[in-house]
Every structure is written in structure tokens, then in C-alpha cells.
Design a protein around this ligand. Structure first.
Ligand SMILES: Cc1ncc(COP(=O)(O)O)c(C=O)c1O
Length: 383
């Protein structure tokens, strides 16, 4: 039985063919360490890193590519922004739909004296900009919000939040782990100060890649310090970007592959990816609407959502449903709490969790149809 992959919110698969080809080329024919020497291989590696940086900058409308710092994933990018910026007595505002990559650092920082306010989501796990903005007062150091929930796929209306934060001089950190590559992002238009993204999800790169856009580095301390290949005469960390935040040897094969993933997206267009993922969501929603025994979570309709759908089948725990979907129908989903317990509390699905289907650029209508048929069968068997 062929596996139909519905776990793109965890990591995308398959990748465009150019991605593994480029990773392989980097390992077999590349080999140099970017910025570490003047020989041809090192110079070629540096050019590859610069090219990926430029491509990602183009995707997010970042005018200066050096403001995009590579990390190993979105978690590291979020940690860099949170620990780099927040000090005891600072006030930070976030939502009740965040991933643990945000909540765990924030709970730890709260223990160290940072004042944390968590704004509850409205029905369906929707983050209401008005309620969020009401909590972001003058003197707040940072607002952190997910661009889209990894549990429901609901996309946050960031523009009014960005507008409000910029007016008050509050920094805005956007967690774009679930939207980079799936929803158009313009950091200037959205007034984002820090954008954390995964390279291995919607950007279609290899695992071990991600990054952080830094609009203003003056208050942002690095997480790590070390060799950068630049200013080697000094024992202090360089102040300039991206070196200030990129210590140690970079993930060259990963960054090369990420460049190929972003190139694919720029050619195809993020809007076309978004339309494709929305069409599949419509198929799911239409196919399950009339089926008793299936509860779908999140906002109604397919607007302002990514290719993520959380649901439960009456009479089955989510792990029983997930096992049946894989063993009997070849569907790979993710069940449980999705590293977002607070989001599940907001939705009323804690501690049991949900079955999450998440699709991507290479998921087709046949896959969605097979998933809907499998879910109907399970629900009818239990009905
Ligand atoms: C909303 C959200 N934020 C952060 C992360 C962490 O991303 P990464 O796995 O790249 O560290 C995830 C991962 O699923 C996520 O969904």
C-alpha cells in the first residue's frame, strides 16, 4: 500500500527534485567551508550561502539579505529572538495558540522575571487582532504571535497587530513556521521586526534549516559566540550581520538545499501554493461536512487557513484513529498535542489531542479524496 503523506506541518515531503540534487552536489562536489578560506571551494560555498540568503530575502521582501540569519530550525530562531531580547522586568505579550517553541522559552523567561501576558484566543482558536492589540500597551517590550496555528491552520490577521506595535514602538516577533512558503509574507507591509521560519516545512528545504529576519539588531544579544571567519583579529563577536548571530560552521548542504526549495517557490509563486492548499482544504471540508461522527476544529470555512486540518472521530481516541488511518489506509498523519498544549487547551481538545492532516505542494486531489473516504469509513464503522 502506498503511503499518502499528510504530515507536512511537521516537515514537508516530498521535496522538489532539485533539493536532494543540490544537497548531494554540495556534499560531493562542494565541500568548502563558507567564509573560512580563500580557495575556490570555500569561495563557492560562500556564494551558495549568499544566494540562499538572497532568495529567502526576495521571498519575504527583505531589502537587505544580511538581515536574514540562518539557524537550524524555527525553534532556534525563536529562542534567539526571545532570549536575545527579553530581560527581567520586560513585558511580553503572546497568544494562547502558540507552539511550545514559543511557550517554553516564555515560561522559562517568566520564571526569570519577565512579565508574560497570554491573550486567550476566540472561538475556533482564532487570534482576534483587537483583543491582542488591547493587551499590547506602551512599554511592552515584545509581542510574539504565530502567523498560523500548527493545530488548526488558522492564519492570524497580522497587519493590524503590526500596525499597532509599530505605532507604540513595541517589537513584533512573528512565528512563521507554518506560513513561510504557504502564505505570502512581506515583512515591511506586516511591520514585522523579527520573523522566525523553518526551512524544512513550507520552504521545502532539508531538515536542519531555518532562519530569523532581524530588522534592528541593536538590542538583540547573540545566543552563541564563536568563529565567523570574519574579523579573526578580534576576540570579541563581530557586531555586523549576519555574522553577529552565525557562529560556527554553517549547515552547507542544508542551506544549499534550502536555496533550491526557495527557488522552486519563487518560480511557482507562493500565492499559487496557497490557492492549491486552500482547494484541498475545501475538498476535505466538503467531504466531511455531512458525515456524522467527525468533529473538525478551527474556524469555519477555508478562508484564512493553511493546509492543516485537525479533527476527531467519535468513538476513537486520536491515536487509535491515527493507527487505523496508517495501517488500513496508508495515511501518515500526526496525532496528539502537536507540541502545542496551550492551543489544545484553547480548543478544548486537551489532553486527548486531535488527528492532524497537513498537506503541501505535492499533495493532490486524489490524496485528499482518499483521506476523506478513509475518515468516512472509520466514522461509519463507529456510528
Ligand atoms: C507554529 C510553530 N512554531 C514553531 C515550530 C518549530 O519549528 P521547527 O521544527 O522548525 O523548530 C513549529 C513546528 O512544528 C510550529 O508549528
Amino acid at each position: 500500500m502506498r503511503t499518502r503523506y499528510f504530515d507536512n506541518a511537521a516537515t514537508s515531503w516530498p521535496k522538489p527534485q532539485a533539493v536532494p540534487r543540490t544537497v548531494r552536489r554540495s556534499l560531493v562536489r562542494g565541500g568548502g567551508n563558507a567564509g573560512r578560506s580563500g580557495h575556490a571551494k570555500a569561495l563557492a560555498a560562500a556564494r551558495t550561502v549568499l544566494r540562499t540568503r538572497e532568495l529567502a530575502a526576495e521571498l519575504f521582501h527583505v531589502a537587505d539579505p544580511s538581515r536574514l540569519v540562518f539557524t537550524k530550525n524555527a525553534t532556534e530562531a525563536l529562542n534567539l529572538a526571545l532570549y536575545g531580547l527579553l530581560r527581567p522586568a520586560d513585558r511580553v505579550v503572546t497568544s494562547s495558540m502558540e507552539h511550545n517553541s514559543v511557550m517554553r522559552p516564555l515560561r522559562d523567561l517568566a520564571r526569570r522575571g519577565v512579565a508574560l501576558e497570554v491573550v486567550p484566543a476566540a472561538a475556533g482558536g482564532v487570534i482576534e487582532p483587537a483583543a491582542f492589540c488591547a493587551a499590547v500597551t506602551a512599554g511592552t517590550r515584545l509581542a510574539v504571535v504565530t502567523h498560523a496555528s500548527n493545530v488548526t491552520g488558522a492564519v492570524t490577521d497580522v497587519a493590524p497587530i503590526g500596525e499597532h506595535c509599530r505605532r507604540l514602538g513595541v517589537a513584533l516577533l512573528l512565528d512563521a513556521a507554518q506560513t513561510a512558503g504557504c502564505v505570502p509574507i512581506d515583512v515591511e507591509a506586516l511591520r514585522v521586526d523579527f520573523l522566525a521560519f523553518s526551512g524544512h516545512k513550507g520552504l521545502l528545504g532539508p531538515q536542519g534549516t531555518g532562519g530569523l529576519y532581524v530588522r534592528d539588531e541593536r538590542a538583540l544579544e547573540p545566543l552563541e559566540r564563536g568563529g565567523t571567519g570574519s574579523r579573526s583579529d578580534r576576540e570579541e563577536q563581530p557586531e555586523f550581520l549576519p555574522d553577529r548571530y552565525e557562529s560556527g560552521t554553517l549547515n552547507m548542504p542544508g542551506i544549499a538545499g534550502l536555496g533550491a526549495g526557495v527557488e522552486y517557490l519563487l518560480r511557482r509563486g507562493v500565492q499559487s501554493v496557497q490557492a492549491h492548499e486552500r482547494r484541498l482544504l475545501e475538498l476535505f471540508l466538503e467531504g466531511l461536512a455531512e458525515q456524522p461522527g467527525i468533529t473538525v476544529y478551527g474556524p469555519p470555512g477555508a478562508e484564512a487557513r493553511t493546509g492543516v486540518l485537525s479533527l476527531n472521530v467519535a468513538g476513537l481516541s486520536c491515536s487509535e484513529a491515527g493507527s487505523a488511518l496508517e495501517d488500513r489506509f496508508g495515511l501518515a498523519t500526526r496525532v496528539g498535542l502537536h507540541c502545542a498544549p496551550i492551543a489544545h487547551r484553547s480548543l478544548g481538545t486537551f489532553p486527548d489531542g486531535t488527528v492532524r492532516f497537513s498537506w503541501g505542494v505535492f499533495t493532490c486531489e486524489r490524496d485528499a479524496g482518499a483521506a476523506v473516504r478513509a475518515l468516512r469509513t472509520l466514522a461509519q464503522e463507529r456510528g
